[in-house]
Write a protein that binds this ligand. Structure first.
Ligand SMILES: Cc1cc2nc3c(=O)[nH]c(=O)nc-3n(C[C@H](O)[C@H](O)[C@H](O)COP(=O)(O)OP(=O)(O)OC[C@H]3O[C@@H](n4cnc5c(N)ncnc54)[C@H](O)[C@@H]3O)c2cc1C
Length: 320
């Protein structure tokens, strides 16, 4: 087992796409399941909360930071296995095994260059595989729920293999996400009751270690063309500057960005954070924004949409 290299007071702004976030009391990288287990045990022995970060692209970390151990799973190993002997034949099937620390977009680009289709919708999707599996990331006609076969998950120190059904996926949500949010809610109840009782509330949601996806043989040139079109469309829609993508989920049959736009809040500013002029569902850090600036804009947008349309917007980003 590698010895964990634990850093104190690591600024999480360095690890989030918003470039916002105070210090993690402790921070360590994990390259193996043993590292993760060691980190979990280390935190538990000290009665500290634990948080796993992926690419930090769907995360708002408060400026007050995190009072426990933040771990970053960095294993990026992947391999493609063909399921048929005629594996060069168009339409032949295969699978991608990939560790949770691998970048989603980079991995997809590599397998597409080898002529494997199935994940090209994730061209340009920021973040790591583990974060995407956790939140059922999706775009351009695809999502994790429709392409994942199974994943390997660490549940209370036990390694389990979960078929896709076990994740109980919904739009930008999963059993993992629901468990984590429920734990957080319990934590808030416990801390308001008594700070001395908080030890048991740091039960963790399962950790994704690796995932397996369905693949189909396709012409690399066709794939490259399709992905170039997605890249161009994505580039055209994405505002300049540091952001976390869509802040809110789209309510059924509606676009959160359009609703916010209709409230006239595009371009609204708080400190150095701005509701993007280009996309109402993006909040951009214009340089030096604080977490409270973003939280203020989130509240403004949420209450304006509620007032004007009687629609309650639900957060897509995770607040730590
Ligand atoms: C410019 C931009 C555009 C975006 N466009 C899209 C889009 O088109 N579609 C879309 O769906 N999203 C989009 N996003 C959001 C983001 O890319 C996805 O949600 C992504 O899947 C998050 O992955 P991550 O590794 O960065 O997760 P993080 O932000 O690091 O973490 C998010 C949550 O996942 C949990 N988590 C991370 N890794 C694991 C793991 N291994 N096991 C268990 N839990 C884990 C964390 O604890 C946290 O609660 C965009 C973001 C940006 C910045």
């Amino acid at each position: 087992m590698n010895l964990l290299h634990i850093i104190e007071n690591e600024m999480l702004a360095k690890h989030t796409a918003w470039r916002i976030g105070g210090p993690a009391r402790y921070y360590a990288k994990a390259t193996t399941i043993e590292d993760l287990r060691a980190g979990l045990e280390w935190a538990e022995q000290r009665n500290l909360p634990f948080f796993l970060i992926g690419g930090g692209t769907n995360l708002l970390v408060r400026d007050t930071g995190f009072p426990g151990l933040v771990m970053h799973y960095v294993n990026r190993t992947w391999r493609v296995t063909s399921e048929t002997l005629q594996h060069e034949t168009l339409g032949a099937t295969g699978t991608l095994y990939v560790e949770a620390g691998a970048p989603m977009a980079g991995t997809v680009r590599r397998i597409a260059a080898q002529g494997w289709a199935g994940l090209e919708w994730a061209e340009g999707l920021p973040g790591a595989v583990g974060g995407a599996v956790y939140g059922n990331a999706g775009c351009y006609g695809g999502d994790i729920a429709s392409t994942l076969i199974r994943a390997w998950v660490l549940v209370n120190d036990q390694l389990e293999e979960w078929p896709v059904q076990q994740f109980a996926y919904g739009y930008r949500t999963s059993l993992l996400k629901r468990l984590e949010l429920e734990n957080e809610r319990l934590h808030q109840i416990e801390t308001t009751k008594s700070t001395s009782q908080t030890s048991k509330i740091y039960r963790r949601a399962p950790i994704v270690l690796a995932a397996e996806f369905k693949l189909v043989r396709a012409d690399p040139a066709d794939l490259a063309e399709k992905m170039a079109a997605i890249a161009t469309e994505r580039k055209g829609k994405t505002p300049w500057g540091s952001s976390c993508g869509s802040v809110f989920k789209n309510p059924p049959g509606q676009s959160a960005g359009r609703l916010i736009e209709q409230t006239g809040l595009k371009g609204a500013r708080c400190g150095a954070a701005e509701i993007s002029q280009r996309h109402g569902n993006y909040i951009v850090n214009m340089g030096g924004a604080r977490s409270d600036d973003v939280l203020h804009l989130i509240e403004m947008a949420r209450s304006a949409v509620l007032r004007q349309f009687e629609i309650e917007l639900e957060l897509e980003v995770r607040i730590l």
